[in-house]
Design a binder for this molecule. Structure first.
Ligand SMILES: Cc1cc2nc3c(=O)[nH]c(=O)nc-3n(C[C@H](O)[C@H](O)[C@H](O)COP(=O)(O)O)c2cc1C
Length: 332
């Protein structure tokens, strides 16, 4: 099987059977930090429980599991939307570490967001630099509406470039941090074979970089993953965007982080439905010192949770996912 075939199989159109496997397949297409897929799904006739898989946590970049729980929220949002296409009303609540999704029969309905699930991708490349219409900004902003989550939309040039400054500062700190680089390396996949052996992680072509055999790329990494080159890339990519959106939650706990995940997944789906591309530029929320400076901008003291840029640009190869069987557990 080629890489493109593997990426296509996981994104095949939603089928009605086997129902739970299909819902899990669509849930796992969600955005998730480092493509670590930090989840398990326990399914029965009327309930699917999404639980964290802490064996996949990234303790350096995400010491409090913030990104991990945001990722669970992203998966929950996809699952709720996919359920509606299969004639199921899904009610998601957070119980302790888990998202419990109860399913009941309802008329089947689709929506532009649900239709975008298999198309959405994080597109880490240069966009065309053109602004989007006020109506588009309004649709993007309203897609993020979620109790306990605030949305800050930045579409003026000066504001976008300010965000780039913070991202570059935080990226510089990360590039100097050996533990950060070592952890990132473990999730980098350099060749198709490398990516398909694990079906997770960050494949180089999904970030606009060439694929290389891992035995060549790994020793060379320190030559091309440099602070200077990465900062230049992020500055150009952010400057080429039509805008940046920041999501900030009212409180710093798991339930709010899951809510942020639901909002951020809807943002990505709405952007996709509008024919736009988007990508996360989360460095400034990952470095605590920069995060608190960033929070003093216009967030009323709230913790910035997620930063995403958006605009018009070309598609990149899609990322892989593990098969549903690998993340599904029996209900005991
Ligand atoms: C909480 C969270 C944080 C993320 N942070 C970043 C980031 O800082 N930089 C980046 O390029 N992508 C980031 N991503 C995007 C993931 O890397 C991406 O969703 C994953 O690799 C799967 O690819 P896909 O979104 O194209 O399906 C983040 C995603 C989530 C949910």
């Amino acid at each position: 099987m080629t890489y493109e075939e593997a990426a296509g199989i996981i994104r095949a159109p939603l089928r009605s059977t086997p129902r739970n496997r299909e819902l899990v397949r669509f849930a796992s297409l969600a955005a998730n930090s480092h493509n670590m897929q930090p989840w398990t799904f326990t399914a029965s006739a009327d309930r699917i429980v999404i639980a964290p898989d802490f064996t996949r946590r990234c303790s350096v970049v995400d010491p409090d599991d913030h990104h991990l729980f945001v990722s669970l929220g992203c998966a929950a949002e996809n699952l709720v939307l996919a359920a509606s296409m299969l004639g199921l009303k899904a009610n998601a609540i957070v119980e302790s570490d888990e998202v419990v999704i109860d399913l009941e029969a309802a008329p089947a309905s689709s929506s532009p967001l649900a239709e975008a699930i298999a198309v959405r991708q994080s597109t880490r490349t240069i966009y065309d630099g053109k602004p989007v219409s006020p109506e588009t900004l309004r649709l993007l902003e309203s897609a993020c509406r979620e109790p306990g989550v605030s949305t800050i939309m930045i579409s003026d040039r000066a504001g976008i470039l300010d965000v780039a400054d913070y991202v570059v500062q935080a990226n510089s700190a990360q590039m100097r941090d050996k533990a950060f680089i070592d952890e990132l390396r473990r999730w980098l996949r350099f060749s198709e074979a490398d990516a398909m052996a694990k079906m997770d992680g960050l494949f180089s072509r999904c970030s606009g970089n060439p694929a290389l055999p891992a035995w060549i790329a790994r020793p060379l990494l320190s030559f091309f993953l440099t602070q200077e080159a990465e900062n230049k890339k992020y500055r150009e990519q952010i400057a080429s965007s039509a805008g940046v959106v920041v999501l900030a939650s009212d409180a710093g706990d798991k339930a709010y982080w899951i809510a942020v995940g639901r909002a951020c997944q809807r943002f990505g789906l709405q952007a996709t439905a509008l024919g736009l591309k988007y990508a996360f530029v989360n460095q400034s929320v990952e470095v605590p010192a920069i995060r608190s400076q960033f929070a003093s901008l216009d967030l009323g003291g709230r913790r910035p949770d997620i930063i995403m840029r958006f605009g018009t640009g070309p598609a990149l190869p899609n990322s892989l996912r593990r098969a549903p069987e690998q993340v599904m557990r029996e209900m005991s």
